[in-house]
Design a protein around this ligand. Structure first.
Ligand SMILES: *Cc1c(COP(=O)(O)O)cnc(C)c1O
Length: 427
């Protein structure tokens, strides 16, 4: 039996109306206006408290307003914020040494947003293809996957197959070949058919597509094929990285993860793309990591960003990565992810609205038993909100469950109670 949806306060309505009136309508937010966050919780303008089950698309893995990260930001912001890369600054080199050792690469190229880091990786891959691999100028192709999400720039949306992201933004950038995700044969066929393949860009788990987890071994096989064809394996870990999936990286290679990676290392990408939680969600920081043989193709003046590698970003990112290790967040994500999926599967047995539960670590989704066109998932998210939990549908009928990794077992149990109670309102 469906009850009346909670009414918005006047204060919330006024603020929502301002966004409607003065902001471009490029998003469709859930109607809740937030003003404070701490750990796994956020509060709205009326003081109501919610579990955050989106974590700003996995940017806030370390929890909202983590005191150590905020402290690092305040300290650095009071001293020096931006020098541009026209001069050296005393934070960047320290960050570069820290992040390369942390993830096990020779070099890093710092940027700000995830999309910029993806663009950087694509440029790096193309330049390597011409100058090292020897592909004829302008002939390089990069393989991408169907239903990918890599950001919003003109080039990136050129190889999206999401009509909303793509339509009326052409003409599109050339040089990309799209294959089905999680399909090794498709990859092998393209690699065999052309001598002009420079790279394979892939999300270890497709987050925006609805937390689509590939078959066990897919990434390792894909990496081996790329290696055999002298093609760069480029992992977009903007959403899956930084402990989200129960390991430091979803492609967990040769890194300093607390498990030492003896725990079934999957692959080591040739180019690793990070963003989102590399700053704990407090500042836009992204990074592209690669070894010298690849990174050294970029020479002064050939790529850059005014804000990329600024001292605040450097200080914040070091603190954010320290928190991941200090608080053993990869281990926590793995352990609590198992508990969360088990609880969701139990709910699914009692409630037919959950068609499927999937995910890894604390990157999870439920598929609601309705078509992608139905607004049922949206209605369910409104009900979650009413009961104190914030989540958002993706691709119509999927709801992502990705709380900050600092969440406790007791809080997960509390959230499962909220989720079941809300779902029960719809049967
Ligand atoms: C969010 C995301 C991006 C884009 O990051 P922005 O900071 O929004 O530009 C790229 N790739 C993946 C996999 C993402 O989840």
């Amino acid at each position: 039996m469906i009850q009346m949806e909670q009414k918005l306060s006047t204060k919330s309505e006024v603020l929502i109306e301002k966004e409607n009136r003065y902001g471009a309508h490029n998003y469709h937010p859930l109607p809740v206006v937030l003003e404070k966050g701490e750990g796994v919780f956020v509060w709205d303008v009326d003081g109501k408290k919610y579990y955050d089950f989106l974590s700003s698309y996995s940017a806030v893995n370390q929890g909202h307003c983590h005191p150590k990260i905020i402290g690092a930001m305040i300290h650095q912001a009071q001293k020096l914020t931006l020098t541009s890369r026209a001069f050296y600054n005393d934070q960047l080199g320290v960050f570069e040494e820290y992040v390369t050792k942390y993830f096990g690469f020779d070099k890093v190229l710092p940027m700000n947003t995830g999309a910029e880091a993806v663009e950087t990786a694509l440029k790096l891959c193309r330049k390597w293809a011409y100058e090292v691999k020897g592909i004829a100028e302008n002939q390089a192709q990069i393989i991408v996957c169907e239903n990918n999400f890599h950001g919003r720039t003109t080039t990136i949306i050129s190889f999206s197959n999401d009509e909303g992201a793509r339509k009326s933004f052409g003409p599109y950038t050339e040089g990309f070949i799209k294959i089905p995700y999680d399909n090794i044969d498709a990859l092998e066929n393209v690699l065999k058919a052309s001598k002009n393949i420079a790279g394979f860009l892939v999300e270890p788990i497709q987050g925006e597509a609805g937390v689509y987890v590939p078959t066990e071994g897919y990434l390792a096989k894909a990496k081996a094929l790329c290696e055999a064809h002298n093609v760069l394996f480029i992992a977009d870990e903007v959403q899956t990285g930084i402990a989200r999936t129960g390991r430091l990286l979803a492609t967990c290679g040769n890194c300093s993860c607390e498990k030492g990676c003896e725990n079934k290392p999957e692959v080591k990408p040739d180019i690793l793309i990070l963003g989102k939680a590399i700053s704990g969600g407090v500042y836009p920081v992204s990074a592209v990591l690669a070894n010298d043989a690849i990174m050294n193709v970029i020479k002064p003046g050939q790529h850059g960003s005014t804000f990329g590698g600024n001292p605040v970003a450097a200080a914040v990112a070091i603190a954010a990565l320290e928190v991941i290790q200090d608080e053993k967040l990869a281990e926590n994500a793995e352990r609590l992810g198992i508990i969360l999926r088990k609880g969701l599967n139990e709910i699914a047995q009692r409630n037919p609205l959950i068609e499927l539960v999937r995910g890894k670590g604390l990157l999870n989704a439920i598929v609601i038993n309705c078509g992608e066109e139905s607004d049922l998932a949206w209605e369910i998210c409104l009900r979650f909100r009413d009961y104190g939990l914030l989540a958002k549908p993706t691709h119509g009928n999927k709801i992502r469950f990705a709380p900050p990794l600092v969440i406790t077992e007791e809080q997960i149990k509390d959230c499962l109670t909220i989720i079941e109670r809300a779902l029960n309102d719809f049967i």
